[in-house]
Design a protein around this ligand. Structure first.
Ligand code: MN
Length: 146
C-alpha cells in the first residue's frame, strides 16, 4: 500500500508541483488548504507523514503542528515544515513547534524527496541540523511566499 502523505498548503502552484512529484514517486497525496482543515484531515486520514506550510490562513503551520503534537493519537506522525520562512530563527521556531524536519522554499525536489523517504523508512533525517540554504535545483513554482 502506498504511503499516504498529507500536504497542508494554501498555494495551489506548490500543491500542484508536489502532487505531480508524489505521483511520480508512487505516494498517495491528500491535501488541505488551511491549518484547521489540515489538523482535521490528519485526524481522519491518519497519514504516514505531513508536509506543513507555515504561512497558512486561519491558524498557521506552527499552531497546526503544535495541535497535532499535543494529540496523543496524532503526535507520532512526522511533520516536515515546507516554508519560505527562512530567516534567522525560523527553523528553530518550526522545531520548537514540534516539526520533525524542515525543507526551505524554494524547494529542491531532491531534498524534499530525500527527507520524505528518510522519515517514511524510519531513518533519522539530518534536516534538523542541515543548512537551510536552498539547493540550486529549486522549483520555481515554490518561489511564492504564500
Ligand atoms: Mn502559504
Amino acid at each position: 500500500m502506498a504511503s499516504k502523505i498529507l500536504y497542508i498548503e494554501d498555494n495551489p502552484y506548490a500543491v500542484q508541483l508536489v502532487r505531480d512529484v508524489m505521483e511520480i514517486y508512487g505516494y498517495e497525496l491528500i491535501e488541505a488548504y488551511d491549518g484547521l482543515t489540515g489538523v482535521a484531515v490528519a485526524a481522519r486520514e491518519r497519514p504516514d507523514l505531513i508536509l506543513m506550510d507555515i504561512n497558512l490562513p486561519g491558524i498557521d503551520g506552527l499552531e497546526a503542528t503544535s495541535r497535532l503534537k499535543a494529540s496523543p493519537e496524532l503526535s507520532y506522525i512526522p511533520v516536515i515544515a515546507v516554508t519560505a520562512n527562512t530567516s534567522y530563527g525560523d527553523r528553530q521556531r518550526c522545531i520548537e513547534a514540534g516539526c520533525d524536519g524542515y525543507v526551505p522554499k524554494p524547494v529542491s525536489i531532491r531534498d524534499l524527496m530525500d527527507t520524505v523517504r528518510a522519515f517514511l523508512v524510519g531513518i533519522p533525517s539530518d534536516t534538523k541540523t542541515a543548512s537551510p540554504a536552498p539547493s540550486s535545483a529549486s522549483a520555481s513554482a515554490f518561489s511564492a511566499q504564500k
